[in-house]
Design a protein around this ligand. Structure first.
Ligand code: HEC
Length: 109
């Protein structure tokens, strides 16, 4: 993913409102599209070519997976594969990702 693509994505998602007005959900959407949708589906309610649907995932699950590739205690994973890679530089975006995936789950039919 090039810097240009990321800039274009951010530009698209901010069309209509200034960057300062970006909500956590919108910020989370940009982070998701640029970092997660390559394996998970662009629509987090649907399975991706590699990753399972993750709309509605808890904050603890998202944090453990993205930063540490682990699961919260007692959590039964949707897949037993070990194909995801940690994305530790997304520390600081976990709340935004959680907000986006939460609202994506509410808006699925
Ligand atoms: C390289 C492909 C890839 C990328 C990029 C990726 N994932 Fe995953 N993800 C997977 C796969 C495959 C699984 C299933 C378990 C495994 O194989 O590791 C998974 C599992 C998960 C799960 C656990 C689902 C469950 O309930 O068992 C969550 C949550 C998750 N990913 C979130 C994310 C988020 C958020 C991002 C972006 C910040 C992301 N992933 C980026 C491939 C990916």
């Amino acid at each position: 993913m090039s810097v240009v693509t990321i800039a274009a994505l951010i530009g698209l998602s901010t069309a209509g409102c200034g960057p300062r007005e970006l909500t956590p959900v919108r910020r989370g959407e940009v982070v998701y599209r640029t970092n997660c949708a390559s394996c998970h589906n662009r629509d987090p309610n649907l399975p991706g070519w590699m990753g399972p649907p993750i709309a509605g995932s808890s904050r603890a699950l998202i944090e453990d997976r993205v930063l540490h590739l682990s699961y919260p205690p007692g959590y039964v994973p949707k897949r037993n594969t070990h194909k995801m890679r940690a994305l530790p530089w997304l520390n600081g975006h976990i709340d935004d990702l959680t907000a986006y995936l939460d609202q994506a789950a509410r808006h699925s039919s």
